[in-house]
Design a protein around this ligand. Sequence first.
Ligand SMILES: *Cc1c(COP(=O)(O)O)cnc(C)c1O
Length: 352
Amino acid sequence: MSKFWSEVVHGLTPYTPGEQVQMPGLIKLNTNENPYGPSPKALAAMQAALGDGLRKYSDPSNAVLKDAVAHRFGLRREQVFVGNSSDEVLAHTFHALLKHDLPLLSPDISYSFYPTYCSLYGIESVQVPLNARFEIDVEDYRQPCGAIILANPNAPTGIALTLAQIETLLADHPDQPVVIDEAYVDFGAQSAASLLGRYDNLLVIQTLSKSRSLAGLRVGFALGHPDLIAGLERVKNSFNCYPLGQVQQAGAVAALDDAAYMEQTARAIIASRTWLTTQMEELGFEVLPSQANFIFARHPQHDGAGLAAALRERAILVRHFKAARIDQFLRISIGTDEECASLVAALKHILI
Ligand SMILES: *Cc1c(COP(=O)(O)O)cnc(C)c1O
């Protein structure tokens, strides 16, 4: 608290990210980082971008990166927005597109940054409860609203909607922006990007942090009708004209172009997810059906916070949320096969 703060600062509840502990031998399964490194082509492209050219400002229109994104999704440059992380793209989206007279709808259990942006930008929101199976039911969104945002697959549940369900949502709300945050879509869900030609109210947001293993590079993007993108550009250019540096853009372009590498590592993660799910179920856990690079699981006899603490003592970090309805769950990022095996071994010790 300080008397020097602007009024708005007093009312903020900042997002708390998973801890970034540095400790030898630590198994870090708490922030959904990808255990496989970035594409070697992305690393080479960034090394090549280090030079005298950094003297100059980067391209404020990010044309080369937008074209790489557009190419991957079969879109035009005008349908693409890029930013310094998808968190930043989300922030601009809340600011530019989600504040209306009627409230914003989002799931009661979802990415906890959404309420944070609502408090930052003064957006009224209504949290729509997930059903008893922790699924988003699109029928529940049939109510007056100014806009909708949800994550697909949802976080931290990992459960995905089908393309048909997303299309229902878009068709039900032709006059409201519907934002689909696809941070985890490459691990088995269907992207709504294929619907962009038919729905001018759709904005799809993705990140290079998860499936492209570039959480430290901070690159995200949005796909949508040129009018939605133009709104985002107005906010961005009123905030920071150069949010992406040249090295960042070079790495992002090469990572997007190396689709084969992304698909191969995503397949490995999906295989480990299947194995870990079976192992956890054998230990008595209930594991929600995940299409993401993490699983969300609870044990009927063991307290979630207690399990997270016991794992931490064994140098394994998982994420536990002290939130209503989900405080018995652990969110466990899918690591390498070795890390998953260490987790299972540790749980066996803890559960006896
Ligand atoms: C990880 C994550 C993001 C943020 O990704 P960054 O690009 O690293 O900021 C956005 N949405 C969801 C649901 C996420 O889990």
